[in-house]
Design a protein around this ligand. Structure first.
Ligand SMILES: [Zn+2]
Length: 491
């Protein structure tokens, strides 16, 4: 399910927990039982750590360091390594453009400049034109190209537009990166404009990184050039096996097979993690990405076992636990002893609620004190209940199939609730269990039907990881031999 190489939207809490874990010094504090943590403390710790661990995100800096760490140097053109700082690439384009024009004798005037504009929140092309004092008549002429310039109607914050302007602010050209591979170019041609698309196919190269943890996974991984997002993903892959808050210690090792994406020989971004190994306190955990025929990617052990639990411990990112599982609780509204058959997670109204596991919605509607409630049957044994919702995911209803972590609804205070929270129940064969303490089953292994495909796909990746690790070891060994030879050479 982790098939998106792009930065994922982690919630602050989740990020914080991970960050705190990644930042934690490699001292084993002892294996803290997984569920009963103080989430508020964790969040505070996480926030503090976040600011220490991620002071500033410097995406470009990672590029320079990522590439020398590329053990697959045989697979990466060495020349690409030197030219691979994207920031320079943009500045170069800006600075070199007029020079190119001067060199181009056909161009009558060299008197133009390039301006780069970052798209802001709520921006559209018309807003950008008026902000830059450009002609609305020219804008209209560009938009007249219709379908050919359609991507310009879909610009998003974070995108950049590159304008080529005459001294009196006439638009001579406009370029927009539609996606990583495609650039839309609009050029002035007489009184009108012409649009064309430039496609530069992306190339994926395999890379290898390894590291030994000295103070934190985060630091060590960054030292060998892995971007922050990838460190988080790595921690998430092994998150069910290794508690990154407490278990990671000095001397732990990781090995990673991942993708780097290039365009025209220039580095664009890192891609997906394909296989990883994490040696924690002498125990080696392995993970390999498998993409099923339906396109879903999931990490498994090389043997095809799941790395995850079948259930989320927390189906919501909560602020605090406002009421624990308690069969003999005094009910806050009814003022009498009524069992509290679930856990209350306090969170603001509207906070997304996720399905704790794959399953089928057997009820979605109003149930007395529960207010708006969803019940999911996961298999013959397990079911979960989510109460007091403000609203449901309107794409779902009774009978819908849901996947683990799928958004099912939003926190609210419907029914008997003193404030917005999720009331969450966990049942095994109809018997209520404490959701925070119940032993969660492992997620399902690869199905027999997919096993052949799985082994073929992942066997390759594990072999590649092994080969690159060997190659790296050989490089390190020969480098140290060279060092010795130089040292002992006669002076
Ligand atoms: Zn409750």
């Amino acid at each position: 399910m982790r098939n998106r190489p792009a930065p994922k939207r982690h919630t602050l809490l989740r990020m914080s927990l991970l960050a705190a874990g990644l930042a934690s010094l490699g001292v084993v504090i002892g294996k803290v039982a997984e569920p009963p943590r103080d989430p508020a403390l964790d969040a505070r710790l996480g926030e503090r750590m976040m600011s220490e661990v991620f002071p500033v995100r410097e995406p470009h800096e990672t590029v320079l360091s990522a590439l020398p760490a590329d053990a697959a140097s045989s697979m990466a053109a060495p020349s690409a390594l030197e030219e691979s700082a994207p920031r320079d690439y943009l500045l170069d384009a800006v600075e070199k453009a007029p020079a190119t024009a001067e060199a181009d004798e056909v161009t009558p005037s060299t008197d133009w400049r390039v301006m780069e504009v970052a798209v802001e929140k709520g921006d559209n092309l018309s807003a950008i034109f008026s902000r830059m004092g450009l002609s609305s008549r020219q804008l209209a002429a560009i938009m007249e190209l219709g379908k050919d310039v359609h991507p310009l109607t879909r610009i998003r914050p974070g995108d950049t537009l590159q304008f080529r302007l005459s001294p009196d602010n006439d638009v001579l050209g406009l370029s927009y990166g539609v996606d990583k591979a495609t650039t839309l170019n609009v050029e002035k041609a007489g009184d009108s404009f012409q649009a064309s698309q430039e496609v530069h196919p992306l190339e994926t190269r395999l890379s290898y990184a390894e590291g030994i943890i000295e103070s934190s996974l985060y630091k060590s991984a960054r030292q060998v050039g892995l971007p922050a997002d990838m460190v988080l993903e790595l921690a998430e892959i092994f998150g069910w096996k290794i508690n990154f808050l407490t278990d990671v210690q000095q001397g732990d090792e990781f090995k990673l097979l991942y993708e780097n994406i290039y365009k025209d020989g220039e580095w664009v971004s890192t891609g997906k993690i394909l296989a990883a190994e994490f040696n924690n306190n002498g125990q080696t955990h392995r993970a390999v990405r498998y993409t099923a025929p339906d396109g879903q990617s999931t990490f498994y052990t090389p043997e095809g076992k799941s790395l995850k639990r079948g259930f989320l411990r927390y189906p919501v990112d909560f602020k605090r636990i406002s009421s624990n599982f308690n069969p003999r609780r005094l009910h806050p509204i009814h003022r009498e002893v009524r069992p509290h058959n679930g856990v209350d997670f306090a969170a603001p109204t509207g906070t997304p609620i996720k399905a704790a596991a794959d399953g089928k919605i057997t009820f979605a509607g109003w149930k007395r004190g529960y207010g708006k409630v969803i019940i999911i049957q996961h298999d013959g044994t397990y079911s979960t209940l989510y109460g007091h919702l403000s609203r449901f995911n309107d794409k779902l209803s009774q009978g819908s199939t849901v996947r683990q972590e799928q958004l099912i609804g939003y926190v609210g205070a419907t029914g008997d609730a003193t404030g917005p929270h999720l009331h969450y129940e966990f049942r095994i064969n109809g018997v209520h269990k404490d959701p925070l303490k119940v032993a969660l089953p492992e997620a399902a292994p690869i199905t027999p039907k997919l096993r052949q495909d799985f082994l073929a796909q992942t066997g390759q990746l594990m072999m590649q990881l092994g080969l690159m690790a060997k190659q790296r070891a050989a490089e390190v060994a020969s480098a140290s031999e060279v060092g010795t030879a130089t040292d002992s050479a006669p002076h």
